[in-house]
Design a protein around this ligand. Structure first.
Ligand SMILES: [Zn+2]
Length: 313
């Protein structure tokens, strides 16, 4: 298949980590051990500077993911997410207007820990008073099992709200943990109305060529190709599988940078990937913004993006 397209109409980064100064610094120190490029980003980089980097790459909106490492931190993190989004209010340009000056719209995701006092109440508050856009869990770093009964009410609340759950999957060997293959399909079965977004697509714990059949079977399952596109260059065997998957299933696949903890820096190197891998223009639109835009309420998106997400059926 051929690739190499003009830029997509919009860019929605479906996997970003704007966090407190302490967590940003520890995250950057951690990623430098595997991605030396990040030596070029000071660990005391501020949120405003990171937003400037996204803005320079014409990112119109981003899903912001920030999870607690320990029980008892969720409420503070969820409130921080709301305050951050309020501090940088939606600045999308009006229809027909160029938007080079607009900062990306921050779409804040909640998180929770299985060992919080009342995980269900944490998530209900996050979707109620704080109006966060979805839920993020990182089973490896948070050391939790997404099927833990203590999370049942939190996940049922997410399902009921129509909001997506982004769950880290994949790279089990890197984390020195068991694969999450069973957990992901267990989640999709237990909560059939829950939109489960498998961050990193269980790669490489599950073969990419298995996905088409699984996406057919699990209609509530979505894939986040963040960090995977870096490893599936066109012309390689995984690249061929990725292109075949994108050819038919891009409406169920999102993509993001993982910045400031991504696979390459500066982020322009990551944003080049969809254009080099997408097998056709529709797949490029889907993974660059459209699939992610349709997973959140239109009111959370910049105006032109919301409009295009609705009309480009
Ligand atoms: Zn991440």
């Amino acid at each position: 298949m051929t690739a190499g397209h003009k830029a997509a109409r919009h860019r929605l980064d479906a996997h970003a980590h704007l966090m407190t100064p302490e967590r940003t610094a520890s995250g950057i120190r951690w990623i430098r051990r595997v991605v030396p490029d990040y030596a070029d980003l000071p660990e005391d980089v501020r949120v405003t500077e990171l937003l400037g980097e996204f803005q320079a790459e014409r990112v119109g909106a981003l899903w912001n993911l920030f999870y607690p490492l320990r029980p008892g931190q969720s409420e503070e993190i969820n409130r921080w997410q709301r305050a951050l989004a309020d501090a940088y209010p939606p600045g999308g340009a009006a229809p027909g207007e160029q938007a080079p000056a607009a900062l990306p719209v921050i779409i804040p995701f909640a998180s929770v820990h299985a060992a919080d006092d009342d995980p269900g109440a944490v998530v209900e508050r996050a979707f109620g008073a704080l109006d966060l856009a979805g839920l993020k869990l990182h089973p490896y770093v948070q050391r939790l099992d997404p099927l833990d009964p203590r999370l049942a009410r939190a996940l049922a609340a997410t399902e009921e709200s129509g909001r997506p759950l982004v769950v880290h999957t994949g790279f089990s060997e890197f984390y020195g943990e068991r694969s999450l293959v069973e957990a992901v399909f267990g989640l999709a079965r237990r909560y059939p109305g829950l939109k489960v977004v498998a961050a990193h697509m269980l790669y490489p714990d599950l073969d990419l060529s298995d996905w088409p059949e699984l996406l057919e079977r699990y209609e509530n399952l979505y894939l986040d190709a963040t960090n995977v596109l870096s490893l599936t260059a066109p012309g390689t065997p995984p690249g061929d599988d990725m292109q075949a998957l994108l050819d038919r299933w891009s409406h169920r696949i999102v993509f993001g940078s993982d910045h400031p903890m991504g696979m390459a820096y500066p982020i322009s190197r990551l944003y080049r990937l969809p254009g080099s891998i997408a097998p056709h223009g529709e797949a490029l639109e889907d993974i660059s913004w459209r699939t992610a835009a349709r997973l959140v309420e239109p009111r959370r998106l910049p105006g032109t993006m919301a409009l295009d997400a609705v009309i480009a059926e």
